[in-house]
Design a protein around this ligand. Structure first.
Ligand code: PEP
Ligand code: MG
Length: 579
């Protein structure tokens, strides 16, 4: 039995055999195969080469018109390696002679070659190591892609263990069979964690070398409440966890009972609870859990797990289905937040050095107007069906907001000209999730109907800590004094300008932070649907006066450690079962 401690990101307990997914960026463990499988594995190597050549040739062709020689030259070098029969033979011989998987043979062979280049004195030759690394990745993407198929065909319950999972992979999981998730990488607000929470799959991340500690078929316990993973537990441990699972189910059941009751503080202040969704299917869950609207619909998930961009009809179908479920309650549709850790099909192979600081979100949309307009048309068409609100993500300055609004205006005009109905008074808002937007909130407020504070990104950008990187996860905290000061500024500026303000980052669903946020003046929280009852319970147990006191106290503290300790104690007194 081995116990590993990571970060709990999605509550619940699961016990099942594990399925290990190899991630493209990390060491591929050596796995032996039966002699009878050698033919299949060598064929997989050949297919991977063939597909990679086709893909590269296509990319090279595309680049011809728009870019200079350099990229084409790089592609040409990569193609020459891939077409080198002796390299392919070396790998297939390795599979055959050593009886190992295709991915292990590819990874080992190419890493040996790149290691050799990296040691050379000649800088030109040393650079070839990067080429080999790239080729390895390209091939592994094909091969690990095959593995992902396994998960699509999964027909028994399993805990998925991986070095790293992309939000795209996680979104494709069938929750009927994927019972738990344990990853080496990741942080509390990484999109993979968010998706796991939405799907209601218990998950623990930041388990470092977990993939080295398990073998496919091991029994694994994922404790998404305490951040613990147990590999091959003994009988007593299994028994203990079965009891925990019953306790957790009872707590959820008890909390569900408050669904019909309003989210009102003990001194009578009404708080609005909305849900965050990634897929239209979750809209029903928001209502079932007692949510009164959708405060964040992460529409970029429409673009993932597919080969082509969604059509206007596909967008419209998704939005109209959601609005139909919510009837006249608000549905806040956030325009595509692609880039960062979520790639469209066309961008998948064009990774940026700092994707979270790169062509992400509204920036990507404003550079891809055809795609952006397709989505806006669908949103506007759906706006006549209910209470649709449009929200632009990652706004960093007024000019960007004005540009986005101008495109929306153009699309509206087009629809009018075509005689297609839309709500020309549709509410327009922005996510405040960059320090620059927070600091200029008073200026931005003049041009929006609402703000939604995205504490996940606001924390990442304020503290310069990658939200998905487990190596710096202890530095990531939404209750850091710097982040709290920005949140306070945004709330105050919104109130002054009489602009609606809500919080839709994960902070809004953390029991420890709820009192603080109410004390800072927020009255609308948008959270992952399964967590709505817990947050409501907290709201119903406190007075605004108590919350104000908590906020005042916290703002007088000057260290994150002190603040988080104080908040944990305060929340523990109110909802001890949650800890
Ligand atoms: C946020 O950044 O807080 C947010 C809600 O958006 P996302 O998590 O999708 O980046
Ligand atoms: Mg964000």
């Amino acid at each position: 039995m081995e116990i590993k401690k990571g970060i709990a990101v999605s509550p619940g307990i699961s016990i099942a055999k594990c399925l290990v997914l190899d991630a493209e960026d990390y060491r591929i463990p050596r796995r032996s195969i039966q002699p009878s499988q050698r033919m299949t594995e060598t064929q997989r190597v050949r297919n991977a080469f063939k597909d990679a050549i086709e893909e590269l040739a296509h990319l090279q062709e595309e680049k011809k018109e728009i870019e200079g020689r350099k990229i084409r030259d790089i592609y040409a070098v990569h193609l020459s390696y891939l077409r080198d029969k002796s390299l392919r033979k070396k790998i297939t011989d390795f599979v055959h002679d050593e009886s190992v998987t295709a991915e292990f043979a590819v990874s080992k062979t190419l890493r040996d070659i790149s290691g050799h280049f990296a040691k050379l004195k000649d800088p030109y030759m040393r650079e070839r190591a990067a080429d080999i690394y790239d080729i390895e990745h390209r091939l592994l993407r094909r091969l690990v892609g095959d593995k992902r198929e396994d998960i699509q065909r999964l027909d028994v319950e399993a805990v998925v263990v991986a070095r790293e999972l992309s939000p795209t992979q996680t979104a494709g999981f069938n929750k009927e069979y994927v019972k738990g998730i344990a990853t080496g990488a990741g942080g509390r607000t990484s999109h993979t964690a968010i998706v796991a929470r939405s799907l209601g799959i218990p998950a623990v991340v930041a388990l470092e070398d977990i993939t080295d500690s398990v073998t496919a078929g091991d029994t694994v316990i994922v404790d998404g409440n305490r951040g613990i993973v147990v590999i091959n537990p003994d009988d007593a441990t299994i028994q203990q966890y079965l009891e925990y699972a019953v306790e957790f189910a009872e707590l959820s059941h008890r909390l569900d009972a408050i669904k019909e009751k309003p989210a009102v503080t003990r001194d009578g202040v009404r708080i609005v609870l909305w849900g965050n969704i990634e897929f239209p299917d979750e809209a029903q869950l928001v209502l079932e859990k007692g949510g009164e609207g959708i405060g964040l619909y992460r529409t970029e998930f429409l673009y993932l797990n597919r080969d082509t961009e969604p059509t206007e009809k596909e967008h419209y179908d998704a939005y109209s289905r959601t609005v139909e479920v919510l009837k006249d309650r608000p549905v806040t549709i956030r325009t595509a937040d692609l880039g960062g850790d979520k790639y469209t099909q066309s961008k998948r192979y064009m990774r940026e050095p700092n994707p979270f600081l790169g062509l992400r979100s509204i920036r990507f949309c404003l550079q891809n107007l055809t795609m952006f307009k397709t989505q806006l048309r669908a949103i506007l068409r759906a706006s006549v069906l209910g209470k649709v609100k449009v929200m632009f993500p990652l706004i960093t300055n007024l000019q960007e907001l004005m540009q986005a609004k101008m495109v929306l205006g153009d699309v509206m005009e087009d629809l009018h000209e075509e005689g297609i109905k839309c709500n020309s008074d549709v509410e327009i808002g922005i996510m405040v999730e960059t320090p620059s937007a927070a600091l200029t909130a008073s200026m931005l407020a003049r041009d929006v109907d609402f703000f939604s504070i995205g504490t996940n990104d606001l924390t990442q950008y304020t503290l310069a800590v990658d939200r998905g990187n487990e190596l710096v996860s202890t530095l990531y905290s939404s209750v850091d004094p710097a982040v709290l000061r920005l949140i306070r500024t945004v709330i105050q500026d919104a109130h002054k300008a009489q602009v609606e303000v809500s919080i839709c980052g994960e902070m809004a669903s953390e029991p420890e932070s709820v009192m603080l946020l109410l004390g800072l003046g927020v009255r609308i929280l948008s959270i992952a649907p399964p967590l709505i009852p817990e947050v409501k319970q907290i709201i119903r147990s406190v007075t605004i006066e108590e919350c104000n006191k908590v906020a005042r106290k916290v703002l007088s503290m000057n260290s994150e450690r002190q603040i988080s300790g104080f908040l944990r104690d305060a929340a523990r007194k109110i909802l001890p079962e949650a800890f």
